[in-house]
Ligand binder design. Structure first.
Ligand code: SAM
Length: 162
């Protein structure tokens, strides 16, 4: 597979998992957490799919496309390791959906970041809330959800809080 094919499949998997996650939580109230604003692609997708939801957005800085910058009151800037645990205290048990798109080019550092964020992510999720991520978050509190067709296992991750 060429690098172009691989990039296309990764983006398709991300979009299809976000769409599946939005369906799974359609009857569950609560905000959406976008952990990793980046250039704002997935934030834009989430707000278009779920225009009625409040989307709380986390990143260390704003480097998004100018059309994809969240309102200041929904933006939490700083290291995830600090901002997410603080949010977990404030929004405990309320998140209908968390999208954690936190990976960098360094696979070991990305896994370690996911591991560090797992307690806060679990505290944030509502009962029945959905976590969708580019990283594995295996934990007894999270049940793996079936991936959309055509998404290869391990390409993206989908869980539900029980
Ligand atoms: N979802 C985004 C999109 O569609 O454009 C891409 C997100 S990008 C893969 C990961 C983002 O996480 C980057 O914007 C980076 O600044 C942020 N990030 C990575 N580690 C972080 C950390 N420890 N604290 C805060 N932000 C971090």
């Amino acid at each position: 597979m060429s690098r172009l094919d691989s990039a296309i499949r990764r983006l398709e998997a991300q979009r299809d998992c976000l769409d599946r996650a939005a369906e799974l939580v359609c009857r569950l109230p609560g905000p959406v957490f976008e952990v990793g604003l980046g250039n704002g692609r997935t934030y834009d997708h989430l707000r278009k799919r779920m225009p009625e939801r409040t989307i709380l957005v986390f990143d260390r800085h704003v480097a998004a496309h100018p059309d994809c910058i969240p309102p200041a009151e929904h933006l939490f800037l700083g290291d995830f390791r600090e901002t997410l645990p603080a949010a977990a205290e404030r929004f405990r048990g309320s998140a209908a959906l968390i999208h954690a798109d936190i990976g960098s080019g360094d696979a070991a550092a990305s896994r370690s970041l996911a591991h560090a964020l797992k307690p806060a992510v679990i505290r944030l999720l509502a009962k029945g809330g959905v976590l969708v991520s580019d990283q594995a978050f295996d934990d007894a509190n999270l049940q793996g959800e079936a991936l959309p067709a055509h998404v290869a296992p391990g390409r993206y991750f989908l869980y539900r809080s029980d």
